[in-house]
Write a protein that binds this ligand. Structure first.
Ligand code: TYD
Ligand code: MG
Length: 463
């Protein structure tokens, strides 16, 4: 080993550093994620020098800090703007993570298209594709303005000097795992934890120092040689994850962290022949193809950020042929489904112990808000009793262990969304109904049935 170098082990999932190899990461509890990397002792020593200097820094009272308005730029994609908290903030560092092939490069190239048409200076740096490959993709997406510049480069020093020279307003780095610093301080391979971290640090300095907004693409890897974006989450301003089934057409862009807006916002897109299309009314999209008159299907409402989204919850309960019943949950939490089934068994006396049960959120989306509990419960009851639920009925509410139906937030928005989509009955927690009545905000034109327990809810659908 060269002089001055030491070996450390990094967790590829969360970036935890250890001097020895471990089977399980003590920080994120993932197994078999440690990889060996060499780092320079000198760079560790440098940290100490910086610390000594900062002791001279001055403190500032909160009242003396001047407020400056965030400068935001619209991407002309409503779905993306919402997830970003209202547009791209100047000087922000945004990480776009997702599985390979999900559409990250396509999304960002579309951002380039929209911005370059407005004359914003954009620099797209690709370390993965050649200029020809980008051109082929761009042909499918549409027409671009002349203010878009492309660069195929992975060397960070070269990139830095190009940014210095060109002074773009927006920079896109595709992807961070390909970026390398030919620097004596970091000698490990591209994509390793220390390379990815150091490179992100450099982009952070460029973003803050020059007021350039930078988008960084990061591939999510479960068991790969490259470090996942989770290692970087704490370093950047905003973290967006692009998710969805690669075989299905729709994609969901989810805000996981946002220093400039609320998280939990989602944007829905559909992958078409000519790029990503925004889906402005996701509920309609999610409910298309819902069966009519089938048992075990009900529409529930989940809030994703500020937006209510209606989804179809399906359950199939059938007699089990084996000693241990089979249970699966797709699109929602498996343990939650088991818990709700136990509640039904105990509080309503349903003999679910002899039954296989399969619960699915149709459309392949993942919904984990407790408000869909009532949907899961009613779908299971409907399938168990072989009684279809009226197609124009929607439900939401959290179910507790005593079988009580508890209040959920933003009941009014949920009811309004259901009404807008033509539903004429809503089963909701009595407490939420009462509080809407108290504040005089009960939406008109839709029948509201307040329920206090799973027994009430069952009676409401089996009447
Ligand atoms: P891509 O943006 O390359 O994914 P990532 O950068 O996240 O790895 O997306 C590639 C997939 O999208 C690929 O399977 C082809 C598909 N695609 C379309 O269906 N339509 C299109 O217009 C484009 C550009 C890509
Ligand atoms: Mg790509």
């Amino acid at each position: 080993m060269p002089k001055g170098k030491t070996t450390v082990f990094f967790c590829q999932e969360c970036g935890y550093e250890s001097s020895k190899w471990m089977g399980q990461c003590p920080a994120c509890r993932e197994w078999n994620t440690f990889v060996e990397e060499t780092i320079d002792k000198k760079s560790a020593a440098k940290g100490g020098r910086v610390a000594a200097k900062t002791t001279e820094a001055k403190t500032v009272p909160l009242s003396q800090i001047e407020m400056t308005q965030d400068k935001r730029m619209s991407t002309d994609m409503k779905e993306l703007d919402r997830v970003l908290g209202g547009g791209i903030v100047q000087g922000s560092l945004v990480l776009v993570g997702g599985d390979p092939g999900i559409g990250k490069s396509t999304l960002l190239l579309q951002v380039c298209r929209n911005l370059s048409e407005k004359g914003v200076r954009v620099l797209y740096i690709s370390g993965e594709e050649s200029l020809q490959q980008i051109k082929i993709r761009a042909e499918r997406i549409g027409t671009f303005g002349d203010s878009l510049a492309l660069l195929c480069e992975t060397n960070l020093d070269t990139i830095k000097s190009v940014i210095d020279r060109e002074k773009p307003q927006i920079v896109i780095i595709d992807s961070i795992q390909n970026m390398t610093m030919y620097n004596e301080e970091v000698s490990s391979a591209p994509g390793s934890v220390s390379q990815v971290r150091e490179s992100t640090g450099v982009f952070m300095q460029i973003a803050k120092g020059m007021g350039i907004s930078i988008f960084i693409v990061g591939h999510v890897t479960k068991e790969g040689v490259v470090a996942g974006p989770r290692v970087l989450e704490h370093m950047v301003d905003t973290v967006l994850y692009f998710e969805g089934d690669r075989h299905a057409a729709y994609r969901i862009l989810r805000g996981v962290k946002n220093r400039f807006g609320s998280t939990n916002e989602i944007g829905v897109f559909e992958m078409r022949q000519n790029g990503l299309m925004e889906v402005e009314n996701p509920s309609e999209y999610m409910l298309s193809g819902k069966p009519e008159g089938a048992s075990g299907s009900v529409v529930a409402c989940s809030m994703e950020g500020t937006r209510p989204i209606l989804v179809e919850v399906q359950a199939l309960v059938c007699h089990s042929n084996f000693g241990i019943p089979r249970r699966t949950a797709a699109g929602t939490d498996f343990n939650r489904v088991n818990l709700l089934m136990a509640v039904l068994e105990k509080r309503l006396g349903l003999k679910l112990g002899d039954c296989d049960a399969y619960v699915n959120i149709a459309g392949g989306v993942k919904m984990n808000e407790p408000a869909i509990d009532l949907g899961i419960v009613l779908a299971i009851i409907s399938s168990y009793r072989e009684r279809p639920i009226d197609e124009k009925t929607i439900c939401f509410g959290e179910v507790g262990l005593s079988g009580e139906v508890r209040a959920v937030s933003m009941a009014e928005q949920r009811v309004t969304e259901a009404k807008k989509l033509g539903f004429n009955e809503c089963i909701l927690p009595q407490v939420s109904l009462d509080s809407m009545k108290d504040s005089g905000t009960v939406p008109k034109g839709i029948r509201l049935t307040g329920v206090r327990s799973v027994k009430d809810a069952m009676d409401a659908i089996l009447k």
